[in-house]
Design a protein around this ligand. Structure first.
Ligand SMILES: [Ca+2]
Ligand SMILES: [Ca+2]
Length: 87
């Protein structure tokens, strides 16, 4: 019986953790939209300047070097950022 309660508690923790991760990824997408002031689905240096972290690594995030960070480059930036934070 005790073991069952423990399993349920663990399940609840795992579920809320997954839900928190989902909320974070939704927020990330919204950030891209919020930063993309002219809504061309690309972030220019000027737009990236509104996000200090992105601005600092803009050249790295811009992996094809066209001076614009598109959504997939932005996602890579977020992925790298998250990997760094969990280190
Ligand atoms: Ca833009
Ligand atoms: Ca680019």
């Amino acid at each position: 019986m005790k073991k069952t309660i423990g399993t349920i508690a663990l399940y609840a923790v795992t579920t809320s953790f997954l839900m928190a991760s989902d909320a974070n990824s939704v927020k990330s997408v919204d950030n891209f939209k919020a930063l993309d002031l002219n809504q061309d689905l690309m972030l220019s240096v000027e737009e990236a300047a509104n996000d200090v972290t992105l601005f600092n690594i803009f050249a790295k995030a811009d992996s094809d070097g066209n001076q614009q960070v598109n959504r997939s480059e932005y996602n890579d930036f977020l992925k790298n950022k998250m990997e760094k934070e969990t280190e």
